[in-house]
Design a protein around this ligand. Structure first.
Ligand code: SF4
Ligand code: SF4
Length: 337
């Protein structure tokens, strides 16, 4: 690299500034990575790449989006996953419950989290060794501005980075929406501004409370050498141990028991078996299945049940207005030992 003025605040030993976004399908992390790389390359003159890893492209499945920047005179020839990010972005705080997200994050890194909670609470839940924690309530902002939460997260990332040019990023957002969705440009730029400004930030020095977690690639338990004869899948995809709550984008279906006629339409409409029933009696003393409520662990917030219910017994409500844990009715037969 030459001695010309540097655009990046720091680089790793390979010469790159690296960002890893941890998300689930449907939240727009893939697009956010593309827009960010475009802003860096076309708007700031950096070299940059973006690539993502995801499974079935299904809403709710894990997604990783990577952005790698280098100074203009330094080529990028690598598209391997970002193992030790300068910035880790967590698109949905529910992901922290089920996945270890902080691999390779040290005290020099910044962790940007979509959450209404404080940096102290997030550090404790992540068991973060050290680093800067940046919290932004992106779901609230995106619901209020009626956009997806990725542009809000881009605002927070730009501010947290300390070097990503705000105007370049806003321009890249506008260019992205210009062709197909020009009517969404203003709302997304507003969400970006709010993401940029409505942050809480705290720096944590390593203090021996939590250990550093180094990066490791997940290795399948079963391969060609030890798969059981017949290729039996021992851990099939299922909706018993899965937690789909990270797929919700700010709304839940709220059950209003008084209005429910136990017609069962919601049960046959819900794709994820969220409704919990018990045997009971109707007002004529006839045996009937009675709807108790919703197991929100499996609810991805698609609102199909709200659309189908003719009796207004299900209502689309802001998740932030309710304590979801306390209104969840568990599928007790599914409690895993
Ligand atoms: S569709 Fe509505 S009325 Fe029918 S069982 Fe479901 S919540 Fe109750
Ligand atoms: S919003 Fe309704 S239909 Fe959709 S997953 Fe949740 S409970 Fe099921």
């Amino acid at each position: 690299m030459s001695d010309t003025k540097k655009l990046l605040p720091k680089v790793n030993k390979s010469g790159f500034f690296e960002i890893r976004m941890e998300s689930v399908g449907g939240l727009g992390a893939n697009l956010a990575g593309k827009v960010l790389a475009e802003a860096g390359v076309l708007g700031m003159g950096l070299n940059g790449v973006n690539f993502a890893s995801y499974g079935s492209e299904k809403k709710g499945t894990p997604v990783k989006s990577f952005v790698r920047f280098a100074e203009p005179d330094f080529e990028i020839r690598s598209n391997s996953p970002v193992e030790e990010p300068h910035i880790l972005v967590i698109f949905h705080e529910k992901m922290m419950k089920t996945m270890t997200l902080t691999q390779g994050v040290d005290e020099n890194a910044t962790v940007v989290v979509n959450t209404a909670r404080t940096p102290d609470e997030i550090r404790a839940e992540l068991k973060l060794y050290g680093g800067t924690v940046v919290c932004v309530d992106a779901i609230k902002i995106s619901v209020e501005e009626k956009v997806k939460l990725n542009t809000t997260m881009l605002g927070a990332i730009a501010k947290a980075s300390g070097f990503i040019d705000k105007a370049a990023l806003k321009n890249a957002i506008a260019e992205t929406f210009k062709k197909k969705y020009p009517h969404l440009i203003d709302a997304n730029l507003k969400a970006f501004e709010r993401g940029y400004n409505e942050l809480s930030v705290k720096v944590f020095k390593p203090d021996n409370r939590y250990e550093y977690v180094s990066f490791s690639r997940s290795v399948p338990d079963i391969g060609y050498e030890n798969a059981p004869i017949g290729g039996v899948i021992l851990n099939p995809g299922n909706s018993i141990s899965k937690d789909l709550s990270a797929s919700r984008t700010g709304y839940i279906p709220l059950f209003i028991k008084d209005k429910c006629t136990n017609c069962g339409e919601c049960e046959i409409t819900c794709p994820d078996y969220c409704f919990v029933w018990e045997k009971g009696m109707d007002k004529h003393g006839k045996e009937k299945n009675i709807l108790l409520g919703i197991d929100y662990q499996f609810c991805k917030g698609c609102m199909k049940c709200v659309e189908i219910c003719k009796f207004d017994a299900l209502k689309k409500e802001l998740e932030s207005n309710h304590d979801v844990e306390s209104i969840t009715i568990r599928h007790t037969e599914f409690v895993l030992k």
